[in-house]
Design a protein around this ligand. Structure first.
Ligand SMILES: *[C@@H]1O[C@H](CO)[C@@H](O)[C@H](O)[C@H]1NC(C)=O
Ligand SMILES: *[C@@H]1O[C@H](CO)[C@@H](O)[C@H](O)[C@H]1NC(C)=O
Ligand SMILES: *[C@@H]1O[C@H](CO)[C@@H](O)[C@H](O)[C@H]1NC(C)=O
Ligand SMILES: *[C@@H]1O[C@H](CO)[C@@H](O)[C@H](O)[C@H]1NC(C)=O
Ligand SMILES: *[C@@H]1O[C@H](CO)[C@@H](O)[C@H](O)[C@H]1NC(C)=O
Ligand SMILES: *[C@@H]1O[C@H](CO)[C@@H](O)[C@H](O)[C@H]1NC(C)=O
Ligand SMILES: *[C@@H]1O[C@H](CO)[C@@H](O)[C@H](O)[C@H]1NC(C)=O
Length: 621
């Protein structure tokens, strides 16, 4: 049976897979047998899954018509020396539908698709280079703390045009740590890569498959772990260069009828209960691991996968557990995600998987053997939204620290999470980057200190926001670029921001607070706007007050002894005012305070004059 149900244990699903495909490994390596494959004698095999079609043919820019095979596998005659189809030949599948129509499609397994300037749609271009790319570098060991740098290849250049994998490898990789990006071919550039047309083809906008392999290889040589943003929730509704209507029906790969359409995104939703869809998607994960050497995946739109309501509507997920279970959960998607995590972790023990989930589904990041979904991390999406909301709607005097601390600490115990101050969702059109919310037009005239990090180039406060060329903006590339060069300009303060980010990164590397236990907040003073918390054997002290500094402010600590400053945002090199003596030693007294046995007196200067600036601006407007 193709229908898998959750009331069976995972071992049952695995047994099913193994039994049906003999070797479970083969099933998830189907990109080696589907689509077109060169045989060892240089002949050719074509194999496609098109259950609704009458027949499938292959045609293209080669002299001989290769013929028809109603069962979907075509075997060419034996060819002696050169391959039956040469590298970079343009190809088309011809799908004959049951109603006698001929459709000219791209194979779902196509490894390379290209577009000429004057064409609207993409072409399937046969990728079979005489020499395979040889990776030079092994993967770095799996990091315990993930300091993620979200990057998009195309917009990563200062120039107002599309940057290539090569540009990125040379100009951007040296700036960054760990990264994440959408690179499967997507015909619509402004979809940011979230409406994939060709799941096995690395976007040719940025270069060739080998250029991308070189990018990953180079990143590995720098000790950078590379995660791929993978969109297995839905696909572009394109037909000619996408997957939609592949066999002439609306239910190949996707759910038929309205269940197969996403009402807001206008895209097609995969039918995970289909055997062949599982083959396609699981093989897709292995493709990016095996062929491109990616180290892990961020699964996009997991919330939309988990629930039949796709997270659209009046669901809150605020402690009402019946919202996590029951009829509205998409069990097929749940099983698919479990299988994906199982396969990835079993075959590649170092592999990192991250779920983009806003609902907080319990067990998402617990092992499958416990009944969890097997992800390593969950993205805490509420946090970037909270920061944007605070900056947009609340004056600095009125920050509700309780609410902010609640959002920052509201996580499931025993499940690891990744938190961004901001991500591309915030910097994309319709909103502005955190740095821009803080600085506004000072960005141009008087660039000041801020600490936003983690989305491409905002570690140094990249100006403005992000927008891709599209009809609505006259196809302009103006906002689809990143000014990495700003950080090198001597007299601008972008370099101070960058210095702070760099040192925060290095301090984290030394103390590892990201992988430490959950923070214990000892001071949360709404009036003083002060937060003190402990994590990874460090004490963090923040003064968010727009104008007050404090002298002799008592802070609680558990362990008696001497405390020293490790990182201080008021240092001159970060554009601060240098009012703290960096080598001050703080000695504890056995005076119990805020639930801790010890305490000491701390001097707290304004966190940054940034905040003052910001509050003035809000008052004015
Ligand atoms: C085509 O491939 C399928 C799947 O491997 C196989 O079951 C079938 O026998 C093949 N058909 C022919 C004619 O080789
Ligand atoms: C990419 O690099 C090439 C070669 O150095 C250069 O000519 C081109 O302008 C760069 N493109 C972008 C968008 O940065
Ligand atoms: C999903 O695929 C299964 C298995 O092929 C099929 O039985 C079911 O009808 C499909 N669901 C929809 C809504 O198309
Ligand atoms: C689904 O969307 C397609 C456009 O991609 C449209 O043609 C089709 O009618 C829609 N089907 C349903 C059942 O809403
Ligand atoms: C919890 O969620 C379920 C399902 O959405 C809903 O029927 C129920 O009324 C909710 N209960 C509370 C207390 O909000
Ligand atoms: C759009 O771009 C074209 C070509 O660059 C230009 O001629 C035209 O004036 C622009 N239109 C607007 C509204 O900016
Ligand atoms: C961040 O820290 C890592 C580990 O110490 C280091 O390799 C990397 O160069 C640092 N990045 C920056 C921009 O400082």
């Amino acid at each position: 049976s193709n229908i898998v149900k959750m009331n069976k244990p995972i071992s049952w699903h695995l047994a099913q897979l193994e039994e049906a495909e003999e070797i479970f490994d083969c099933f998830t390596l189907s990109y080696r047998s589907f689509g077109i494959q060169r045989r060892s004698d240089n002949g050719l095999v074509l194999r496609e899954w098109a259950p609704g079609a009458e027949a499938v043919f292959l045609t293209g820019d080669f002299s001989k018509f290769l013929g028809k095979n109603s069962l979907g596998n075509y075997t060419s005659p034996k060819v002696d020396k050169s391959p039956a189809i040469k590298h970079l030949t343009k190809l088309k599948l011809v799908v004959l539908t049951k109603t006698g129509e001929y459709l000219f499609w791209i194979s779902p397994w196509a490894k390379y698709v290209t577009k000429t300037l004057d064409s609207v749609t993409y072409d399937w271009t046969h990728w079979d280079p005489p020499q395979r790319y040889q990776f030079q570098h092994t993967r770095p060991p799996r990091p315990s703390s993930l300091r993620i740098y979200e990057a998009h290849v195309g917009i990563s250049s200062p120039e107002g045009k599309i940057a290539s994998y090569k540009n990125f490898t040379r100009d951007v990789l040296p700036h960054i740590k760990d990264l994440l990006m959408a690179i499967m071919e997507h015909a619509y550039y402004a979809s940011f890569g979230y409406q994939v047309t060709n799941f096995f083809a690395a976007s040719s906008r940025f270069g060739t498959p080998d250029d991308l392999k070189h990018l990953v290889d180079t990143a590995h040589s720098m000790g950078i772990t590379v995660l791929l943003d993978v969109v297995h929730r839905h696909a572009s509704s394109n037909t000619e260069d996408g997957l939609n209507y592949f066999d002439g029906t609306d239910s190949c790969f996707f759910h038929g009828g309205s269940r197969g359409n996403h009402s807001l995104w206008g895209s097609r939703l995969f039918n995970y209960s289909s055997w062949e869809v599982a083959r396609f998607l699981l093989s897709n994960l292995r493709w990016w691991k095996e062929e491109y050497h990616f180290d892990g995946f961020r699964f996009d739109a997991v919330t939309s996968m988990l629930y039949q309501h796709h997270g659209i509507g009046q669901f809150h997920f605020w402690g009402n557990y019946s919202e996590y279970f029951g009829m509205h959960v998409d069990e097929d998607a749940l099983v698919y995600l479990m299988l994906a995590n199982h396969i990835l972790h079993k075959l590649y023990p170092q592999c990192i998987t991250v779920a983009e989930d806003v609902s907080g589904m319990p067990g998402l990041c617990r092992p499958i053997e416990e009944g969890g979904l097997g992800f390593d991390y969950r993205l805490t999406m509420a946090v970037p939204d909270k920061w944007i909301q605070v900056l947009k709607e609340v004056g600095a005097e009125d920050w509700d620290l309780k609410n902010i601390v609640h959002t920052l600490t509201n996580k499931r115990r025993g499940e690891a999470s990744i938190t961004y101050a901001e991500s591309h969702d915030q910097a994309l059109v319709g909103d502005k980057s955190l740095a821009f919310w803080l600085m506004d037009k000072d960005m141009y005239t008087n660039i000041l200190l801020a600490t936003s990090t983690s989305w491409v180039s905002n570690e140094f406060g990249h100006p403005e926001w992000l927008d891709f060329p599209k009809k609505g903006n006259n196809e302009s590339y103006y906002y689809a670029h990143r000014l990495f060069n700003l950080v090198d300009i001597e007299h601008l303060r972008y370099r101070q921001l960058y210095a702070f980010d760099r040192d925060m990164n290095l301090t984290e590397d030394k103390y590892g607070w990201l992988a430490g236990c959950q923070s214990a907040v000892t001071t949360l003073n709404q009036a003083d706007k002060v937060i003190v918390f402990e994590r990874a054997n460090l004490l963090f002290v923040f003064n968010f007050h727009p104008c007050n500094s404090y002298i002799d402010y008592r802070v609680a600590v558990e362990h008696a002894g001497k405390y020293k400053i490790k990182l201080n945002s008021d240092e001159l090199q970060y554009g601060g005012q240098g009012r703290l003596v960096q080598d001050t030693e703080f000695f504890t007294e056995p005076m119990p305070f805020n639930g801790r046995a010890q305490s000491f007196l701390e001097i707290m200067r304004l966190l940054k004059n940034m905040a003052l600036k910001y509050s003035k601006r809000l008052n004015k407007s």
